[in-house]
Write a protein that binds this ligand. Structure first.
Ligand code: SF4
Length: 501
């Protein structure tokens, strides 16, 4: 299929939608794309100044004309045949990209009869779309029907997006707009998960880097907060797996951070303790002393075979032991993650995992759907040449059903959806959703996703974000650990410049 862009060059926006239906997209020239095997010819057109065009009304002067036309062959188009399908609308100029994607999606959905759960919503958080619709004085019911009718979202997903967006708004209201969130990342894990595309390093093999890394991170924090007079009520120590650090080094890190971070008295402090096999009575007590209010222990599955297959070298029993140790240490907010769509798992396997998890009574649960990037071991196993299309995001009714059942089950246990995000290359085109008992929503997660609050990021790969109204500026730290340590001066300077007025 050939795609001609006329009056615009939003190839990234169109590619997002084309990839859903066809996998690979080729850029033939600045205004031409190719995707799939079909002979179709599609023109995606934008006229930014419709007021100069005959027939445009005064009300259309700030709008752009967006039109998408599809012919069954390029010859039909060349011989001036009327398009087989056509979609045209006038939208505000700032909405052009989203409208281009929407029209393209609607046409492709009609001609292929393939329906994705989130419809035309790619590259945008569904809850953000809901928020925008609600800001126009709409009711939740109206937002839901707009998602379904205009954005082609399936009714259950539209319902999920509206419910989650309303929870997000309640959580956001508790976060002072002038207080940044703080994130620090420890990019080491006990082993690498098969689906991981993160920068994380094997802590056992990179022993030489652990100490210099912790020292660099503390130095970055010290310099940053010496220069920035801020306070924060939400801190996240993530990774990686911070608890994979040897205890004396973890103690050095936590003592250092406690002395440096400008946290308010009742700040929420989350620590990623994701791998159950990294938890000990000693490091849990260090986390308590540090003031961690929430920790994450992530089983991902309760099936031994899958744990081994995905490269997590711990047992199901270790998950239960870790949970018991964490409770004994006094943690009263524990989050647990599960992943739907892990290789070899059936819907029954996933449902069983959820029941095992619920017996451990975590206050919050995040249900992820498997996402696969090219750099992960699993993606390489599925496509060793790297040339094929993984097409992982094709609609998958069994996966859709198992995720929906898990979400319903969590709501039955009084855990409600409070934040939602989507990733590229995610199985079945689905989503990740955080569920929590009332009052146990993670403020950091909601604030970070919202793009309404500044974030100060520390550590390799961490992103610092400044927010001015709708404008968001980001400064990333180097992902490579050695480069991060070497370039620390420069990284701190860039971060401080971001906040200079
Ligand atoms: S625990 Fe997370 S960061 Fe670590 S290897 Fe697994 S997926 Fe990657």
């Amino acid at each position: 299929m050939m795609i001609q862009m006329t009056g615009h060059t939003s190839d990234f926006a169109l590619s997002d939608v084309l990839r859903l239906f066809f996998g690979k997209v080729e850029r033939l020239s600045p205004d031409k794309l190719a995707a799939g095997q079909e002979a179709w010819y599609l023109e995606s057109l934008v006229h930014l100044s419709p007021k100069h065009q005959t027939g445009a009304s005064a009300a259309q002067t700030d709008t752009a004309q967006v039109r998408t036309s599809l012919w069954l062959t390029a010859d039909d188009q060349a011989s001036n045949q009327p398009p087989f399908l056509i979609h045209e609308d006038f939208v505000p100029q700032e909405s052009v990209r989203r409208e281009l994607k929407r029209q393209l999606y609607v046409l492709l959905e009609r001609i292929t009869d393939v329906h994705f759960p989130w419809g035309s919503l790619t590259g945008v958080r569904p809850t953000q779309v809901v928020e925008q619709i609600l800001a126009e004085d709409s009711s939740p019911e109206k937002a839901q029907s707009e998602l379904v009718e205009i954005w082609r979202v399936s009714p259950p997903k539209a319902d999920l997006a509206v419910r989650t967006s309303l929870s997000e708004q309640r959580v956001l209201a508790q976060l002072p707009a002038d207080e940044p969130l703080i994130y620090a990342g420890i990019p080491f894990c006990p082993s690498r998960c098969a689906y991981c595309s993160f920068i994380s390093q094997d802590a056992h093999r990179r022993k030489d880097q652990l100490e210099p890394y912790v020292d660099a991170l503390l130095e970055e924090a010290r310099r940053t907060f010496a220069a920035l007079p801020v306070r924060s009520s939400a801190f996240y120590l993530g990774g990686g797996t911070p608890t994979s650090l040897p205890e004396p080094l973890l103690e050095r890190l936590l003592t250092g951070l406690a002395a440096i971070l400008p946290l308010t008295k009742n700040a929420e402090i989350t620590v990623e303790a994701g791998r159950p096999d990294t938890l000990t009575a000693g490091n849990l007590s260090l986390l308590r002393e540090f003031g961690a209010t929430r920790i994450c222990i992530n089983p991902q599955t309760f099936h031994e075979k899958t744990l081994q297959r995905i490269g997590r070298h711990h047992s199901v029993e270790q998950i239960r032991t870790a949970m018991a140790m964490a409770r004994k240490a006094g943690f009263d907010h524990i989050n647990m993650d599960l992943i739907a769509g892990l290789p070899g798992e059936t819907p029954e396997d996933f449902a069983q995992s959820l029941e095992h998890l619920l017996l451990l009574l975590p206050e919050s649960v995040t249900i992820h759907t498997l996402a696969l990037k090219r750099s992960s071991r699993l993606a390489q196993e599925l496509d060793p040449s790297g040339q094929g299309d993984l097409l992982i995001n094709r609609p998958d009714p069994a996966l859709l059903e198992m995720v929906a059942r898990a979400q319903d089950r969590l709501v039955e246990t009084d855990r409600h959806p409070y934040y939602l995000y989507r990733q590229k290359d995610v199985a079945g085109g689905l989503e990740n959703v955080g569920f929590a008992l009332p009052g146990h929503e993670c403020r950091y997660n909601v604030g970070m996703m919202s793009d309404r609050l500044a974030v100060i990021g520390l550590g390799s790969g961490a992103i610092t974000k400044r927010v001015d109204g709708r404008k968001v500026s980001r400064v990333p730290n180097d992902k490579d650990i050695a480069h991060y340590i070497q370039r620390l001066d420069e990284l701190v300077t860039r971060k401080l410049q971001l906040f200079a007025i």
